[in-house]
Design a protein around this ligand. Structure first.
Ligand code: ADP
Ligand code: MG
Length: 675
């Protein structure tokens, strides 16, 4: 055997092995070819694949094309039109091995190039094997630009071929490369399709933007949660720009589009560093979407990077990574208003009435939040435990005298009170007293329109305790003071249903005198020796209230019999019985706090005192049987529905702490998710 022949054989094998190192799978070859098309100033790049690129990988561009004369050497190793002087080598070094892509591909696949330059009359087609033309280029029809077809990849490298057995996996990798370059080169239009299929897997328009292409490829969910990032550092000589997802968004696996000097690469050091920042913003095991374009002085990028080693290293790596980390942290902090969660913004009042007021008035009667113009997405809603919400609806209702079923939300109880459906509803008495009419019109004039809307359209979230509850309106969450709200509710109902109350009968009439004596014993009464004997005071209370008896019974269904016993109280809201612990003080205060001399003041102060007794009490549970959570049931299913129906919140509720906006749900949702 002649030594020369062996040598030649050696060279082919060596080239093939070398090529197999450069091109490990279809997507590596594609990446090189996309970069060639971009170098050739293409504005349109179409990729067609068959079997994930294993059978066919074709790329068509509308770039400069390749001169016919160059076709002979274009696939030779180290042949490039992009390097003229040796000095260029360092500045272009970021692209690693130059002039090797086409040569390598020709060693492991059937390569065909069809190309036409602007000054050529026709296109030229040439095929290659092992860097060499298989025949002279043939003239053919074609538009300006280049089409490169790579067929039967690794036809001659059995081991490599066997290692790649899943076309669908390869297709996925191909799609990943196309989509990433499409985001990074948004002016260029990209398409990816499977051969023989009309529909495209990826299609981006020309002159698009990175965000639009992210929306097209990665979806609107991530596209609307992007923060723009831009950092420049003269000392470290680097520049970063791109888009990163905010804390509202997360995915199970980090999506990281990293370009260094416009070449798609990977840097696990940078990825880990950024993920550390996100760890405190995202739920466990959730990750961000990141698209970063990093530009580094070319001489600072490791020139010894192999083309398939996507993993890059660069000078001042740690310092640059730290700068990027800081920038990401700043961005996330900036958009994360849940950090102001505890600052407790007071509701409107100072602010003008909420935006939605006008349209709300037009759609009077609709209180389904879904009707609102602004759509509320599921993730913007507070999630309460649904079992908690639903189960207690089936709990037995508070014990009471009449046992007829109750209207769920009081939507159709014509007038409050007097309920039994078996009893005919008494005809409503029309009230013409100017004092009452004046008091009612005061309610209307002092009503805060914005709060009224919030109340009307609220979703009840839950009770914090007897005094406080959480309600949701739009995507805002409010801490509401149930005590003050219910006191106002009862006050208003006592005025608006004046003269029309049902009767709440005490099972055993209570002696007013005894009630008064109990009250005087309470510290709360503030009784002192100088006030006179308790016994005498109690007698006085009985006689005073007895003298008002007929009027109280007539207007308020509050009956005191001839023996000085309290028999009935006004039945203000169906199914609601005030906490009887408050009865003694109520009786006492009717004497001390009500102005019995002036008609209007009398009604106003009487209603105030009565509502004070009826309201949901701050400290003690309104219903004693806490085990049944009856107070919660009452608040959710009786008090708040009644407020939704008719309460006109006075202006001052917007300034005091009756309505406290504690969160924007978009932010709060994240807090919950993280737990
Ligand atoms: P490099 O890109 O490093 O120059 P390649 O092997 O990738 O090496 O390409 C070799 C040469 O072939 C390029 O320098 C370029 O002149 C030419 N070429 C390759 N693809 C295209 C294309 N799509 N359009 C125009 N010219 C191309
Ligand atoms: Mg190239």
């Amino acid at each position: 055997m002649e030594p020369g022949k062996i040598k030649k054989l050696d060279e082919v094998v060596v080239n093939r092995i070398a090529a197999g190192e450069v091109v490990q799978r279809p997507c590596n070859a594609l990446k090189e070819m996309i970069e060639n098309s971009l170098d050739a100033k293409a504005t349109q790049i179409q990729v067609t694949v068959k079997q994930g690129g294993l059978k066919l990988l074709q790329i068509q561009d509308n770039g400069t094309g390749i001169r016919k004369d160059d076709l002979e050497i274009v696939c030779e190793r180290f042949t490039t039109s992009k390097l003229r002087e040796f000095e260029d080598l360092t500045s272009i070094a970021t692209y690693g091995f130059r002039g090797e892509a086409l040569a390598s591909i020709s060693h492991v696949a059937h390569l065909t190039i069809t190309t036409r330059t602007s000054d050529s009359k026709c296109a030229w087609k040439a095929s290659y094997v092992d860097s060499k033309l298989t025949g002279s280029p043939k003239p053919c029809a074609g538009n300006q630009g280049t089409q490169i077809s790579v067929e039967d990849l690794f036809y001659n490298v059995a081991t490599r071929r066997k290692a790649l057995k899943s076309p669908s996996e390869e297709h996925g990798k191909v799609a990943e490369v196309v989509s990433r370059y499409a985001v990074h080169n948004s002016k260029v239009s990209f398409t990816l399709k499977k051969q023989g299929e009309n529909s495209t897997d990826i299609r981006t328009p020309p002159n698009s933007t990175a965000v639009d292409n992210i929306r097209l490829i990665f979806g609107p969910t991530v596209a609307k949660e992007l923060l723009e990032l831009s950092v420049e550092d003269d000392k470290l000589k680097f520049k970063v720009s791109g888009y990163i997802s905010n804390a509202n968004y997360s995915v199970k696996k980090c999506v990281f589009l990293l370009f260094i000097n416009h070449r798609l690469v990977d840097s696990s050091a940078l990825r880990k560093a950024i993920e550390t920042v996100y760890a405190s913003y995202l739920p466990k095991n959730n990750h961000p979407f990141l698209y970063l374009s990093l530009e580094i002085a070319p001489q600072n990028v490791d020139v010894n990077v192999h083309p398939t080693k996507h993993e890059v290293h660069f000078l001042h790596e740690e310092l640059i990574i730290e700068k990027i980390q800081q920038a990401v942290e700043t961005k996330l902090l900036g958009c994360n208003s849940s950090r102001t969660f505890y600052t407790q913004a007071l509701l409107p009042g100072a602010n003008p009435a909420p935006e939605s007021v006008n349209e709300k008035n037009e759609q009077e009667g609709s209180n389904i939040s879904g009707d609102k113009k602004e759509k509320i997405y599921a993730h913007q809603m507070v999630r309460t435990d649904s079992r908690d919400q639903k189960l207690d609806k089936f709990l037995s209702r508070p014990a009471k005298n009449n046992s007829e079923p109750m209207d769920e939300d009081f939507e159709d109880t014509g007038d409050t009170g007097k309920s039994s459906s078996s009893d005919p509803k008494p005809v409503r008495r029309e009230i013409k007293l100017t004092s009452i009419l004046a008091l009612i019109s005061e309610l209307e004039t002092s009503c805060h329109v914005g709060l009224r809307e919030s109340l009307k359209n609220m979703t009840f979230v839950g009770c914090v305790n007897p005094q406080y509850a959480l309600i949701q309106h739009g995507n805002k969450l409010y801490l509401t003071n149930t005590s003050s709200l219910s006191e106002e509710l009862f006050y208003q109902l006592l005025l608006t249903d004046f003269g029309n109350f049902g009767v709440l009968k005490l099972s055993t009439p209570a002696s007013v005198k005894e009630l008064a004596l109990i009250a005087l014993d309470l510290e709360e009464s503030g009784w002192s020796e100088s006030d006179g004997k308790k016994e005498d005071l109690a007698e006085y209370i009985v006689s005073l209230l007895k003298s008002k008896g007929p009027m109280l019974e007539d207007y308020f269904s509050l009956k005191i019999d001839d023996d000085g016993n309290l028999c009935t109280l006004p039945y203000v809201i169906d199914d609601y019985v005030p906490a009887m612990e408050g009865l003694p003080m109520y009786i006492l205060r009717l004497t001390t706090e009500v102005d019995w001399d002036n008609e209007k003041d009398c009604f106003q102060t009487f209603c105030r005192e009565t509502s004070r007794f009826y309201r949901i009490q701050r400290n003690n549970e309104p219903m004693k049987d806490d085990a049944d959570n009856n107070w919660k049931w009452t608040i959710e299913h009786i008090i708040y529905p009644a407020m939704r129906k008719s309460l006109l919140p006075p202006q001052h509720f917007a300034q005091d702490t009756t309505f406290l906006q504690i969160a924007n749900l978009t932010d709060l949702y994240r807090v919950f998710e993280r737990c």
